[in-house]
Write a protein that binds this ligand. Structure first.
Ligand code: UN1
Length: 515
């Protein structure tokens, strides 16, 4: 193992000598298939991880069900105090964990650290929430009656996360779910097991120190079979899934068919629209970050750019200058802006998408190739690409497909209405961004004739949301909401409790059933 990899793993108490146990339910072990964690920058095998066998997975689900019985008895503000301790423990390891995200996932260090910060932030949010997860008192139509809406914990929540945010997305789910009194079983992406192990160790340490069962936050690394077992388990009333539309469709149906609940965070195909009155000195760098940041591997990455005809040439000129200046390389080196794609397979998907653009007569303004000179050859590096497809018709498959790579497709429009129609014409509905200084455009954009996505920004790019508002998308993005806003309300079961404290028992709606 390279010295830098071992120093990052050492700082997070991950063994570097032998195989790493990849499951935890109060006890670390793993006798299922071996998962290899491969560094996308160098191709180095970082660890061989022992995943959960079917029997162990079953044990973890059982342990988590038992752990929930303990957790649900703790008052919510006490759970908040535990979250505060977890928040502190995460903050202490912020740099090391951020570095591990860069090492294992491939995003640049400032984004790796930012992702840990996102977990810290949502913990803060959930600490506050732990004293504010209020129900309601409803006016009853009957004398001497009152109605309460009461939130109670659900049980065990299954959290299936993707490679691209291997820390923060579990954070969004775990912190709300834990504050609400649920135990959690985490099935991370099979290609980022080390991030999940590091996070679980930090949480487990706090739980164990407080004499609580570790299975409040169980970890089951593994492949498809492990994911399927969590999704199909009758002991998991809520499944939160982040990943592709194709897999989300299967997960959604499977959970629905057993009447479980889901939170789905699926594909994004996010557009930025630039009006002629926009401040281009802000808009150009924002599009650059949205499209090239994280090597185009955020659900919220900017994939479509709609430029008003009047500013299009100037905008593209300025944007291409930024593309030309991008510093590509090792994501752990300060100053790098573009790291590798996460897997070799993703490079193939990128190349196919570029080839499809070419075949369809698109103009490739910049990019379109792998980087394979020098040290970059060992990693999954691809050139960020700007293309002008042959037609801006949104029915074209090129516009409707999410490619998880830094490819930005550009269309030229004349009227805002046309751009909004294009924005809304794709199956996905996660994020969108309008650049304007005209309040009339803004009003239209955020209103009923405006953008149909879950995140609708103005003079802010499509990616990089804060945790305070609910995060999620509409349509084929799955309608899920996580993180802030009212998202916590999904992690509880609601009871409507009508209470009669009078000496009569009248029926609602004045129904008379007297004999
Ligand atoms: C994701 O890409 O799955 O808004 C999540 C953002 C981040 C989270 C992205 N806060 O880009």
């Amino acid at each position: 193992l390279s010295t830098r990899a071992s120093s990052i793993l050492n700082a997070l108490d991950i063994p570097t000598t032998s195989e790493v146990p990849g499951m935890y339910d109060g006890q670390w072990r793993g006798s299922g298939d071996i998962l290899e964690s491969v560094c996308p920058t160098t191709g180095e095998v970082l660890a061989r991880v022992q995943s959960a066998s079917p029997r162990e997975l079953h044990e973890a689900l059982e342990k988590s069900s038992e752990a929930h019985l303990v957790l649900r008895k703790l008052p919510a503000p006490k759970r908040g105090e535990l979250l505060r301790q977890i928040r502190e423990a995460l903050a202490v390891k912020r740099d090391a964990l951020g570095a591990l995200v860069s090492l294992e996932m491939g995003k640049i260090k400032t984004e790796g650290i930012g992702e840990v910060q996102e977990f810290v932030d949502i913990c803060d949010y959930a600490v506050g929430l732990s004293r504010m997860m209020n129900g309601r008192v409803v006016a009853s139509e009957r004398p001497g009656h009152t109605i309460l809406e009461v939130p109670n914990p659900l049980g065990v929540v299954g959290v299936l996360t993707a490679f691209n945010f291997p820390v923060a997305v579990y954070g969004w789910n775990f912190s709300l779910s834990f504050a609400a009194g649920n135990a959690n079983v985490w099935k991370p992406s099979p290609s980022t097991p080390l991030c999940a192990i590091a996070v679980t160790k930090i949480i487990a340490d706090v739980l164990e120190r407080n004499g609580l069962p570790g299975a409040i936050s169980s970890l089951v690394t593994g492949g498809k079979d492990v994911g399927e077992a969590v999704v199909n388990s009758a002991d998991v009333p809520l499944v939160s899934f982040t990943g592709s539309e194709a897999v989300g469709r299967v997960v959604g149906k499977a959970v629905q068919s057993r009447f479980g609940k889901t939170i789905l965070e699926l594909g994004g195909n996010n557009a930025s629209i630039i009006m002629p009155d926009a401040d281009l000195s802000m808009a150009v760098p924002a599009v650059f970050f949205g499209a090239v940041g994280t090597a185009g591997q955020r659900c919220t990455s900017t994939r479509r750019l709609y430029l008003h005809r009047d500013i299009a040439p100037h905008f593209l000129d300025a944007l291409q200058k930024l593309y030309a200046s991008v510093r590509v390389g090792d994501p752990l080196v300060t100053g790098t802006l573009l790291g590798p794609l996460h897997t070799r397979a993703a490079v193939g998907i990128y190349s196919n998408a570029v080839q499809r653009l070419r075949e369809n007569g698109a103009q490739i303004l910049t990019g379109g190739q792998r980087y394979d000179e020098g040290g970059l050859r060992q990693g999954n590096f691809v050139q960020p690409t700007i293309a002008i497809p042959n037609s801006a018709e949104p029915t074209d498959a090129i516009w409707g497909t999410e490619t998880f790579a830094p490819i930005l497709n550009v269309g030229i429009f004349d009227e805002l209405e046309q751009a909004i129609a294009w924005n809304n014409a794709v199956p996905q509905g996660l994020s969108s961004s309008l650049w304007t200084r005209d309040i009339r455009h803004l009003g239209k954009w955020i209103g009923p004739e405006g953008s149909d996505t879950g995140i609708v920004n103005v003079n802010v790019g499509t990616s990089g949301a804060e945790i305070g508002a609910a995060f999620g998308g509409n349509k084929s993005t799955g309608w899920g909401r996580e993180s802030g806003g009212d998202a916590w309300k999904q992690y509880v079961r609601w009871s409507a409790c009508t209470i009669n404290f009078s000496d009569a028992a009248p029926l609602a709606q004045g129904v008379d059933f007297s004999t």
